[in-house]
Write a protein that binds this ligand. Structure first.
Ligand code: NAP
Length: 291
């Protein structure tokens, strides 16, 4: 069994990015610049945003952090978005989700300049992805494709079952796995809560992408020998032995499934770090386009 080590792989990619940024700066080029908008004080969002900013600083990017009040109106937030759209120094930016209930997420995403949408959530970028045109890919599916690529995992002609159809993970992952491209060229089944006979479908899968958000949802009896597993799930479960009081659990019951799998991502340390590095790749890509 090969452990698909997202922590190590993302470290290698970050080092490659840092070298490119250093060389850009030496040649007098532009320093990539990511801005992050955070509305309110949601604990998980604050942690994610701090990690993203730290990642940027480590590879030599400039960052701008806009921490906005929980009570900001939708109109005021859209004005902040417009300022970033028109600021020529900002190569890309993200609006950390979820937003407070009085703000329409979709309206805000639609207002982001697609050329600066380094989260790859704008419909224009999702459309380009579906058409196999160059664009910003959503971070989590992109990270998974990089992991498959770095480990040279064959995907062509394989049956890939994606469980979960969210707009940020499952749906784009299913599109990427079905593209006429490596990694891709798989025969894809996109499963969700209305799928009938999921266990039977999973037992036929060569590759499983689990993006459900239910700990230990997929167990050893549901997979075949040699399966490749990408476990996206990260659910916080209480763990009094940890300083934080919790630990992260994936959607796949690791102890049992890893005995049958040929390759599997751990949680944590699998898909999560690859997601973080994808944002850096997209920001660098945006800065490069402007050279
Ligand atoms: P989400 O929006 O809640 O979507 C969950 C999906 O699972 C839905 O499509 C849902 O189906 C499906 N589902 C629920 N119960 C099911 C069942 N019994 N059988 C089959 N499908 C079922 O979640 P998400 O945002 O995609 O996130 C999924 C997990 O990944 C979460 O644990 C999240 O924390 C984690 N995550 C991790 C990363 C990372 O970088 N590691 C990034 C993003 C998300 P319906 O559409 O029919 O409701």
């Amino acid at each position: 069994m090969i452990l698909l080590d997202g922590k190590q792989t993302s470290k290698e990619i970050r080092e490659e990015i840092a070298i490119e940024v250093k060389s850009l700066k030496e040649k007098g080029g532009k320093t990539p610049h990511l801005a992050v908008i955070l509305v309110g004080n949601n604990g998980a969002s604050v942690t994610y945003v701090n990690a993203k900013i730290k990642d940027c600083e480590e590879v030599g990017f400039n960052t701008t952090f806009l921490k906005l009040s929980e009570t900001i109106s939708e109109k005021e937030l859209l004005q902040e978005v417009e300022k970033l759209n028109t600021n020529p120094d900002i190569d890309g930016y993200i609006v950390q989700l979820p937003l407070p209930k009085h703000i329409n997420d979709q309206k805000v995403i639609m207002a982001i300049d697609p050329e600066k949408d380094v989260d790859g959530f704008h419909p224009q970028n999702l459309g380009k992805m579906a058409l196999n045109l160059p664009t910003f890919l959503p971070a989590t599916p992109m990270g998974m494709m990089d992991l498959l690529d770095r480990y040279n995992i064959e995907t062509g002609g394989k049956h890939c079952v994606v469980v979960g159809r969210s707009h940020i993970v499952g749906l784009p992952a299913s599109i990427l796995m079905g593209r006429n491209h490596y990694p891709g060229n798989a025969t894809v089944t996109l499963a969700h809560s209305r799928t009938i006979n999921l266990e039977e479908i999973l037992r036929d899968a060569d590759i499983i992408i689990a993006a459900v958000g239910k700990p230990d949802f997929i167990t050893a009896d549901m997979v075949k020998e040699g399966v490749v597993i990408l476990d996206v799930g990260t659910t916080r479960v209480v763990d009094k032995t940890k300083k934080s009081g919790y630990r992260l659990k994936g959607d796949v019951e690791f102890a049992g499934v890893s005995k049958k799998a040929s390759c599997i991502t751990p949680v944590p340390g699998g898909v999560g770090p690859m997601t973080r590095v994808s944002l850096l790749k997209n920001t660098l890509r945006s800065a490069r386009v402007k050279l």
